[in-house]
Design a protein around this ligand. Sequence first.
Ligand code: 2F8
Ligand code: CA
Length: 150
Amino acid sequence: GHCLPGWEHLNSTCYYFTMSEAIPLSSWKRSRENCIKQGADLAVIDSQEKQDFVTKAIQDLRYSPRSWHLTGFWIGLTDDHEEGNWKWLNRTKLIQGYWAPGEPNDSRNEDCAAIYSKNHPSDTWDPMANWNDAPCSFPLKWICEMKAVQ
Ligand code: 2F8
Ligand code: CA
């Protein structure tokens, strides 16, 4: 399949990462709306392969130094409807989450999930444990996905 320019390809899915400094950080809802405007939705990372792909992409593309909790990208995962019951936007229940140690902790009414890239050599960071729950209103980057064109 084919992806639009600027989108990355994995199997039959295309991914878009908001990497540019020019793109403002957004709440989870605004991020989702931005994806929908492009005929996409926030990314569903429901396999090891997708986790590996997305993790590598955000690591390769990381740019300015920011504190770790600002380096997140919203993904299509929320427990907004029921605390602790994480569901993907495609309504499937979360089976395997790649949460950072101690997460999800709902520390400040945190009902939306984000994936994080390493941005500093001193960060303790495990690519297979790089998700965090954050307040849905928090401004972050985001990852969209859509089906590749045949
Ligand atoms: O230490 C983990 C903790 O770090 C931040 O809070 C200080 C995160 N907050 C945001 O990203 C807004 C928490 O979600 C995270 O659990
Ligand atoms: Ca958290």
